[in-house]
Design a protein around this ligand. Structure first.
Ligand code: ADP
Ligand code: ZN
Length: 605
């Protein structure tokens, strides 16, 4: 198995659970695999497909996904085909013929095919070794992406009662799992599942202020890398894309109001790295199988934690560090509530409202974001500090904050406990605001008492004080804060208080961590290799990641392999890719290495 893994896929070892699942499948047993995005589910049926005689049928919901998967398999020297409505009758006939003569190892099909009589006859003429059902949650009405056509799968099950079946999905609540097992008659009902945790994703949430600048700032850290920006409204996707282009960033909008052709083109440009950023509504969802999306930016707050998890889940499928940033505001909540109020059923309304409140709780929370997300799906995070969310990165050190706390609490009391964080910060900083003068608050002893502290820091401290329950929030359109009994007790005591230290640029630490985590690769060589990859991909008409993933390019730019032998050591280089692309890549690496006097490094493996 390891030989096949290296020679076809170019990998040296299995990812967690892959080997177990593959063995289980080779034993001709059914299974349901629920593993998070990027955990390598496809290999769980692709490798068995190579080892079993006959053809593996793969049911997949989206035409675009099928094509990418088949292209990727072919680049690895594996005979794969698909049948869907994008093929002409002639082409379908050819695929039928090749399948019958045993020339195809993996055959991808759309579920609607199963209902056609022609297709059933065709199936009965094949030797089918394995059925794989991708995106299996589509079969369940409890899921968020129900596809009525998936109900056709029972036809397949009945026609091939003794063929093993493997169903795979990245998102399945317990209700959805149960549904999949029942409908697909998975026996013995074996479920392989891995944690929902996505360790390579970092999470941060920010109150929405200077949103576009924040976005530009984040994008500047991901120069030339793929990003998705989610907004609630279609109009905003258009506006954002336009403004990004004005700022020299290639961006396109994507939403359900565009024609299918435009959407298809946009998706393709994104896949082929012709456009860097997609500003999208949630319509840009299933089918985004691009492995190297480095930033998912929620310009507007999502409507539920499930949505958030799904949408951020599109980042970093290849396992490399990627960032998820969420901007939230009371205004977004109102926008969602507008839609919620239009729902007909009152239970549905209530559920949606609760889900929305949970998102706000997530944004406002002062405990680990990752722990929060995992909790939501019934898991607990094993470590206390995840080291890659804004909270965990900020809370490593504490400082004595007694005096600033006293100043803040006094300012809240002296202004009558009727204002929000912004106003209190303005008072403490001594800002000249009309409203402040109108209320005569510029005459207070606390006015300008902390002029040296930045607004961000003051607000950060106030949020910490809310979390510590010294301050409390009075909800409403403009939430105000008041001093709790605990806070009053503190003011009248001689106690001191320690608070997490404020780190102004929330990313400095995570950057440092990144460098340690990853190979310290040669960036300029990476750029050259990326261009080469793009050129080859364009010539072949496939997305660049199908030639080599970012991980492979990074390894090349670190080890500088200059012979076919050492190039074969790179992760993702199997026999076919070595033969097809080895020379071209080695040539680029060699000339770069010579130019800069860089020796080839040996591999630790
Ligand atoms: P999923 O379908 O679970 O989201 P994929 O099957 O797309 O995940 O795999 C995610 C990434 O991991 C892909 O880039 C894939 O090539 C890579 N991968 C899969 N198995 C291995 C392995 N054993 N070693 C290294 N990389 C792997
Ligand atoms: Zn954390």
């Amino acid at each position: 198995m390891l030989d096949l893994l290296k020679s076809y896929f170019g990998y040296d070892s299995f990812k967690p659970l892959q080997e177990e699942i593959i063995r289980h499948t080779l034993d001709k047993k059914d299974s349901l695999v629920t593993m998070s995005t990027g955990s390598g589910k496809s290999l769980c049926y692709q490798l068995p497909a190579l080892m079993m005689d006959g053809v593996t049928l793969v049911v997949s919901p989206l035409i675009s996904l099928m094509k990418d998967q088949v292209d990727a398999l072919r680049e690895n020297g594996i005979a794969a085909e698909y049948i869907n409505s994008s093929l002409s009758d002639e082409e379908i006939k050819r695929v039928y013929k090749d399948a019958r003569s045993g020339q195809i190892k993996l055959l991808y099909i759309a579920p609607e095919r199963l209902a056609s009589l022609n297709f059933k006859t065709f199936l009965s003429s094949l030797k089918i070794s394995l059925i794989a059902v991708d995106e299996a949650h589509c079969i369940s009405e409890w899921g968020h992406e129900f596809r009525p056509n998936y109900r056709n799968l029972h036809i397949l099950r009945e026609a091939l009662p003794n063929t093993p079946l493997i169903a795979l999905t990245a998102t399945a609540t317990s209700a959805v799992r149960k549904d999949i097992v029942e409908q697909l008659k998975i026996r013995p009902n074996k479920i392989f599942s891995s944690s929902f945790n996505r360790p390579n994703l970092s999470y941060s949430t920010l109150p929405k202020r200077a949103a576009f600048e924040t976005l530009l700032n984040r994008l500047s850290k991901h120069k030339d890398e793929s990003a998705i920006i989610y907004t609630i409204s279609r109009k905003d996707t258009e506006k954002l894309a336009k403004n990004l282009n004005k700022n020299g960033i290639k961006a396109l909008p994507y939403h359900a109001g565009l024609t299918p052709e435009v959407r298809k083109k946009t998706h393709e440009k994104f896949l082929h790295d012709r456009v860097q950023v997609i500003a999208a509504t949630v319509a840009f969802g299933m089918g985004i199988d691009k492995p190297n999306i480095r930033l998912v930016f929620h310009y507007d707050m999502p409507k539920s934690i499930e949505n958030y998890y799904q949408e951020t889940g599109r980042a970093g499928r290849d396992g490399l560090p990627s960032e998820c940033v969420l901007l939230y505001s009371y205004g977004d909540k109102i926008k969602h509530e507008f839609f919620i109020n239009q729902l007909e059923s009152s239970t549905e309304k209530q559920i949606s409202q609760t889900k929305l409140e949970q998102v706000l709780e997530f944004c406002d929370s002062l405990s680990c974001r990752r722990a929060f997300l995992l909790n939501y799906f019934g898991e607990t995070l094993k470590t206390e500090n995840c080291e890659s969310c804004d909270i965990c990165l900020n809370t490593q050190e504490t400082v004595d904050s007694t005096i600033i706390t006293q100043k803040i609490l006094s300012a809240v009391i002296k202004t009558g406990e009727r204002f929000g964080l912004n106003y209190i910060a303005a008072i403490l900083r001594g800002s000249k605001r009309q409203q402040i003068e109108k209320f005569g608050h510029d005459q207070l002893s606390v006015f300008g008492i902390s002029a040296e502290v930045s607004e961000d820091e003051l607000k950060y401290i106030m949020r910490q004080l809310i979390a510590k329950k010294f301050l409390a929030k009075q909800p409403g359109e403009y939430p105000t804060i008041y001093v709790s009994n605990l806070g009053k007790k503190f003011l009248n005591s001689e106690d001191s208080v320690m608070l997490p230290i404020f780190v102004p640029t929330k990313t400095t630490k995570s950057n440092k961590k990144r460098a340690q985590n990853e190979l310290d690769y040669d960036q300029s060589l990476f750029e050259k290799l990326r261009m080469l990859r793009k050129k080859i991909a364009d010539e072949k008409g496939v997305p660049p990641f199908i030639i080599f993933g970012d991980i492979s390019l990074r390894e090349m730019s670190y080890y500088f392999p200059q012979s076919l032998e050492s190039f074969a050591e790179i992760s993702g280089v199997g026999a076919t890719k070595l033969e097809q692309f080895g020379k071209a890549f080695i040539k680029t690496i060699k000339s770069h290495a010579e130019e800069h006097g860089l020796p080839e490094k040996s591999f630790p493996r």
